[in-house]
Design a protein around this ligand. Structure first.
Ligand code: PLP
Length: 350
């Protein structure tokens, strides 16, 4: 079975071997207070920081999922006002989390298939945190990093959170404008689900400290202050998914060995291939079209196409929500080889 489901996606090629090796080394039985565990965390954090280009004064925290990260980010960085740029189901989820936590979120919405024009976005007075979904996995829209940089330049005092679940490690990140970036590992990293990562700036930690001093609840075991205290010793507050943390370090090492430039170029080459499949992309404006989550606007043909692909052993994602039977969603990640994409495109043409 060849999976192009955006998430969970196809595993990166080396993962099965790393998993066997991890089991042989009895990774799952080591104490999370041991020296061996601290080395393992330190290795994963250093490899991940190198892959994503994370500044040395930023912290990497391990959580359960990206959805959990949304909750932690809101709890730790917002007393009342978050502002959400919504363009699909995942950015909507981020907004809902803020409301469900009793905050007073505001938002700007654009219709599915469009991105936000950051040059014209006005952020209301009193906003503490702007929430941006880098790649909206439900529609295939990616917001260009350069525009996020310019938005932040207009509002230098507002914190910025970036949901980068389906954009990293493909999309380069400018951390100088990001205070909290989060992702889970089952999409762009090609790993089994069950691990979320949030990377936070010194400013974000200052904000969490200020809220805590003020008596605002920032959560319990996974608040940023507990996570920071443990991370300084390469530890975690709870017994974590150590196998997942181990695998993340290993695949990051593989990405670095293959070369990020090579892997990124390959992603763009696969994107060009799929765009030649004769089905139009849902995102009409190329500046907003994500190379990593490609949504094809196949109209009423979607169910039949999916069925035909399935018969050839190829799985693609359904459209999201209202587009369920009108779109095909194709994950184009480092785990997918050129021959995988050629197989998909050949089948789509037939
Ligand atoms: C998949 C996804 C999430 C949710 O990730 P989980 O690991 O299932 O919590 C959040 N945001 C985006 C953009 C996603 O693609």
């Amino acid at each position: 079975m060849l999976s192009f489901n955006p998430g969970p996606s196809k595993l990166f090629g080396t993962v099965v071997d790393h998993l066997h090796e991890g089991l042989r080394e009895q990774i799952s039985s080591i104490s999370h207070r041991s020296h061996q565990f601290r080395n393992l965390i330190a290795y994963t954090v250093s490899q991940l920081k190198e892959v994503l280009g994370v500044p040395s004064d930023y912290h990497v925290f391990f959580l359960g999922s990206a959805t959990e990260a949304m909750e932690r980010v809101i709890q730790n960085l917002v007393e009342r006002h978050s502002y959400h740029l919504i363009n699909g189901a995942f950015s909507q989820r981020f907004f809902d989390v803020s409301r469900e936590l009793g905050k007073e979120p505001q938002c700007k919405r654009v219709v599915d298939g469009l991105g936000h024009d950051f040059e014209t976005v006005e952020i209301p007075e009193g906003t503490e945190l702007v929430c941006v979904t880098h790649c909206e996995t439900s529609t295939g829209v990616m917001q260009p990093m350069g525009e996020i940089v310019r938005l932040r330049e207009r509002y230098p005092d507002v914190l910025l959170a970036l949901d980068a679940v389906s954009s990293v490690p493909f999309a380069p990140i400018d951390f100088s404008v990001v205070d909290a970036l989060f992702f889970s590992v089952q999409k762009g990293f090609g790993l089994p689900a069950g691990l979320g990562v949030v990377i936070v700036s010194p400013r974000a930690l200052d904000k969490a400290r200020a809220l805590d001093h003020k008596g605002v609840s920032i959560g319990s075991y996974h608040n940023f202050l507990h996570l920071e205290k443990q991370a300084l010793h390469h530890q975690t507050p709870e017994t974590p998914n150590v196998m997942a943390i181990y695998l993340l370090g290993k695949v990051c090492g593989d990405f670095l060995a293959e070369g990020l430039t090579v892997l990124r170029e390959l992603t763009l080459e696969k994107e060009r291939l799929l765009l030649q499949s004769s089905w139009p992309p849902f995102v009409r404006e190329s500046r907003w079209r994500s190379p990593t989550v490609m949504v094809l606007d196949v109209g009423v043909h979607a169910p039949l196409l999916r069925e035909n692909l399935l018969r050839e052993g190829i799985v693609v994602g359904k459209g999201y929500g209202p587009h369920s039977d009108l779109h095909l969603r194709v994950g184009n990640f480092f785990a997918h080889d050129l021959v995988d994409m050629e197989r998909l495109v050949d089948s789509l043409k037939r």
